[in-house]
Design a binder for this molecule. Sequence first.
Ligand code: ADP
Length: 210
Amino acid sequence: MQLSPRQERIVEIVKRSGPITSQQIARILSVTRAALRPDLSMLTRAGILEARPRVGYFYSGKPTAALVAEEIKKIRVGDIKSLPKVIRSDASVYNAIVTMFLEDVGTLMVVSAEGYLEGVVSRKDLLKVAAGGGNLQQMPVSMIMTRMPNIICTTVEESVHAAAKKIIEHEVDALPVVRPAGDSRRLEVVGRITKTTITKLFVELGEANK
Ligand code: ADP
């Protein structure tokens, strides 16, 4: 959040002399109260200043970085997830390669005939087996996938921040968004979060104030 020079001066004044009324701030800055109103309302909306009736303005004590962190942690996986791109575990490796091109993704979620998550297959998994020169039409994708229970997943309720940390910590490009299937221990895939989803969110957040 970029503050104007006047907004920065207001923050300084309130930090030094708060609680302080808008009239007193206006006097220090030699402007009218009306002229200050947009700046004060922006600073309170942003959570930098707080206003109490009959007391005045005071500094909320939270630096901008802490406020940004607070806002970011409110965004849930369910708010930004994209559609899952899946392949059946009995499909061939060749089929997985074709699907990856057609769907224009770098990771496919591998599911059972009933639609439950069984594994994940990435670009490099496919490159490795293709370079090995086996029969790609014959080989099922289940032979080369990373399989459950080693799949790092997320849920619609998890914060995007926590999901992004999993992507970094486990050095993967994508996480399946899952939910328990009924009362079984199996998981249904309801979406995916990828490095691209998170980059898009970052760009959107950067443009929010334009
Ligand atoms: P690539 O290596 O093709 O660029 P990744 O970095 O995502 O793609 O994958 C690295 C390895 O981790 C691959 O073997 C892949 O099967 C596996 N993998 C990918 N996503 C996950 C995940 N969410 N959980 C567990 N393993 C994964």
